[in-house]
Write a protein that binds this ligand. Structure first.
Ligand SMILES: [Zn+2]
Length: 572
């Protein structure tokens, strides 16, 4: 918590209190986002069945200690007239117990931080004191924060008291790590899971506080604070405090908040994402540099890129998906267009690469460099056609698709990610009449490769070994089966080709001899190679010297291991 800021003008007697302290809720109605807890406690208080021990769990800053104090007040409030005899879910806030508990000076309400007092001695002191009646209050209340930090003997000591608690004693435990609390302790507590406050709810709450403080602040700025606070009202109020302190004049704008939080403008991050996915590296790097110069943290940029990827993917599967961009904003519209153009495979690949990049940026000495590298990598990968497109391109008989250099020479301002969503010359396969547009396969090799890709290994083996190709043209395949070929081969292949290519195929049996099978061709090629090698004088000489020797394989040295270099040779 920052130091209290004194108001320089106006009322010097009214010292500035940080918002988080000023607006710390004093009763359950002020506790936003914890309706379930309030309901359960209300019921318990109404029926007089109040647990002896409570376990409050939740992430840091979610309000566990505040809640614990409110429960303590609820247990001990005596009402404005001092006549209340029962606990109440609506502590008055003005009676002596209410005030002293809020100020942490009530003798019967002890707060202990287990993180610094994890010893059995401290717990023993509590257990000793537990035997005596409260000094002035209805209950002795022990608030143990970060209770999971207690040592094992300390837990054991406390367990005895929990098993037979004196009627005038209540324990309130708080922890961020519920799994480290022994089950024996947990089972004796009423457990409440304090949830993170949703960003929308938190933003609304902040708006109310800002209004009370007579601070002008843009909705967008509130949303940014709420998001950055990740569900913690305390953090959100603290950020709002900072924003008020930072602001020079006029309303606090989203831009101010972005700079303060080191966040990038989401619209600009969307621009960046578009360019990366388009493979437009130079412009993308310019964009990144501009974001960086305006104060955006590279890690935050990576996080935003990941969130955009996630959001676009969700849009893809559920077009009504909300989040990230405000529903009606121009960014939301652009995101929807972008989602329509990108393929799920590209998005999932982008996700993986960005996630890897995020860790690199986090660990890098120069995060901005790591961020650049990650984006360059993604830009190049975005140029690679997705695997399904790769197969289609193969079947078009065109040149094998390569990772063309990103459009560095001429940054096309055309449709986003055009290269990855619609490679040049790709015909609209599904639209045109099947017979006309059936792609040309170059040979059985392509079909076998396709079988391999589509996890049809058995069919692949038959294609390689049992098919003598007679004729192959658009949508039409004729072959002579080998004697071992299954009868269903033609039918199976016809069906599969249709599945894989999306167009109708006619696969028929021919009586013509056709070409050798792929396996035969391979064997023949190998034989031919050996034959040619045998013609080489040196090989001839070796074979002559070793009668009975034969060549079993021919290997390219370049493809296997290169002969060991002798780096020293040149020196000597
Ligand atoms: Zn009270």
């Amino acid at each position: 918590m920052s130091e209290p800021r004194s108001l320089d003008l106006g009322a010097p007697e009214e010292a500035y209190r940080v918002l988080a302290r000023k607006y710390r809720p004093s009763d359950f109605t002020g506790l936003i986002g914890q309706e379930a807890l309030v309901r359960t406690l209300s019921n318990a208080f109404a029926t007089g069945r109040i647990a002896h021990a409570f376990m409050l769990t939740g992430v840091r800053g979610v309000g566990k200690t505040t809640t614990a104090r409110i429960i303590a007040r609820a247990l001990n409030c005596i009402g404005p007239d001092g006549k209340r005899t029962e606990p109440t879910i609506h502590p008055c806030g003005v009676c002596d117990p209410c005030i002293t508990i809020a100020e942490s000076r009530n003798v019967d309400v002890q707060e202990m931080d287990a993180a610094s007092n994890n010893g059995v001695d401290e717990v023993r002191q509590i257990i000793e004191a537990v035997r005596y009646a409260p000094a002035s209050s209805r209950y002795k209340v022990y608030i143990l924060d970060e209770v999971h930090m207690l040592s094992k003997p300390a837990f054991n000591a406390i367990l005895k008291t929990l098993e037979e608690p004196p009627p005038h004693v209540k324990f309130i435990f708080a922890t961020t790590e519920i799994r480290k609390v022994p089950v024996t302790v947990l089972s004796r507590c009423q457990r409440f899971d304090l949830r993170r406050i949703e960003a929308g709810e938190l933003a609304q709450y902040l708006g109310q506080i800002a209004a009370k403080e007579k601070v002008e602040i843009e909705e967008g700025a509130l949303a940014l604070i709420a998001r950055a606070a990740e569900g913690s009202a305390r953090d959100a109020l603290s950020l709002l405090d900072q924003a008020i302190a930072h602001n020079e004049k006029g309303a606090i704008t989203a831009e101010t908040m972005r700079q303060m939080l080191g966040l990038a403008d989401r619209g600009r991050v969307l621009d960046l994402f578009e360019k990366v996915m388009k493979g437009d590296v130079p412009t993308a790097l310019d964009d990144l540099a501009a974001l960086y110069d305006s104060g955006a943290d590279p890690l935050a940029v990576m996080q935003d890129l990941l969130e955009i990827t996630h959001f676009l993917t969700r849009l893809k599967v559920a077009p009504a998906a909300q989040g990230f961009f405000d529903g009606a904003s121009s960014e939301a519209k652009r995101a929807a267009d972008l989602a329509a153009k990108l393929q799920v495979s590209s998005l999932t690949r982008a996700w993986q690469m960005l996630l890897k990049g995020l860790f690199e940026v986090r660990d890098a000495v120069r995060p901005i460099s790591a961020c650049e590298m990650a984006l360059i990598r993604l830009a190049y990968a975005a140029e690679l056609p997705p695997t399904d497109r790769l197969v289609k391109d193969l079947m078009d008989g065109g040149a094998p698709p390569r990772a063309a250099a990103p459009a560095s020479a001429a940054p096309a301002r055309g449709p986003v990610a055009s290269s990855s969503v619609a490679p040049k010359g790709a015909p609209a396969l599904n639209m045109a009449p099947a017979a006309e547009s059936a792609p040309t396969l170059r040979g059985l090799e392509d079909i076998a490769a396709m079988a391999q890709k589509n996890s049809a290994p058995v069919l692949k083996v038959h294609i390689e070994n049992d098919m003598h190709l007679v004729k192959l043209e658009a949508g039409r395949l004729e072959f002579r089966p080998s004697p071992r070929a299954p009868r269903s081969l033609a039918g199976d292949l016809q069906q599969k080709l249709r599945d894989w290519t999306g167009v109708r195929w006619t696969v028929s049996i021919s009586n013509e001899p056709g070409q050798p099978t792929l396996a035969e061709a391979k064997k023949n090629a190998k034989a031919a190679r050996i034959e040619s090698v045998m013609q080489a004088p040196i090989v001839r000489a070796v074979l002559d010297r070793f009668p009975g020797a034969e060549i079993v394989a021919v290997r390219d040295i370049a493809q296997d291991e290169a002969p060991p270099e002798a780096p020293d040779a040149s020196d000597s």
